[in-house]
Design a protein. Sequence first.
Length: 320
Amino acid sequence: SKPCTIPVMESGKIDYSFLPKEKFRGDDYLCQWNGFWFRQPFLEAAHQVLNHYKPLPTDTVLASYPKTGTTWLKALLYSIINRSSRDSILTNHPHMLVPTLEIQLYGPKTGSFDSFAGTANSSARILATHLPYQVISGTINSTDCRVVYITRNPKDTLVSSWHFYPKSKEVKDPWSLEDAVEKFCNGVGNCGPYYDHVLGYWKESLERPHKVFFITYEELKSDTKTHVKRLAEFLGCPFDGDGKEEDVLDEIVSSCSFEKMSNYEANKSDDGHMGWLKFPLSSFFRQGGTGDHKNYLTPEMINRVDKITAEKFHGSGFMY
Ligand code: A3P
């Protein structure tokens, strides 16, 4: 179904007065549109994406809910498609190789497709988006492009978000874990509810498995090499199995590991940021493991999230 149009005034500005508003953290408010919550600049950029981005059939769109492994998968996809990209990965932050549509290509102060290595080659562009499938489906389905969706254990996603948002250069307010849990459980997060985001892409991956690849952070972490191979097959550039290709594969897995990536100079920078999003580039690397929520969430919080997860995913064929 087509998302309802974003209310735009004669001036071209979005009319927020019609949209439900909810406090996120500090002075940061989210507004609800089409059943999902967005920060205002995000919604403005989304409006531009929906109006102007015309995917090419050869595009690969990496879709994700924030904090589920986007940065890692940007590096992996770029490496798979460009084969042996160690030099690029070593010297460029993944967000500077593969741009996110609504943060780096559309919206205020954004770059052009030519300014990112991942989108400069028009015959094999790689782009990312956090927009829910329910919102961007019309755009994606207008061509035959491929989508790769990554998701992650909701409790680890929550804990990763709780660490991440206070690193903002704009909204520095502290954020209590209790409030972060409350917001997550109520679906109030950028591009949330998390569950509807996951289910949108999950259902599409069942309908069109040749075009929508669905993977979890945990799968990718537990056997990166196998899944990188599967991804390469899906992307139409399989590793053919000769010795040289096997070395390239090993090199990609190794160069993109958390241990390596979090130590590259380009990824340790506190200066640069990603498009209009004012987060230091280093904030996209923290702990890089699975199950870290156990170190933060109380048993009650865990029970609460687990109960919601069971309810929301019930009957979908997907479960955490
Ligand atoms: P943690 O906060 O749990 O460490 P996103 O890229 O979607 O914003 O997700 C960020 C999460 O992915 C962070 O999780 C970050 O540490 C982790 N991450 C970044 N690079 C990674 C890599 N190469 N391997 C595994 N995890 C990575």
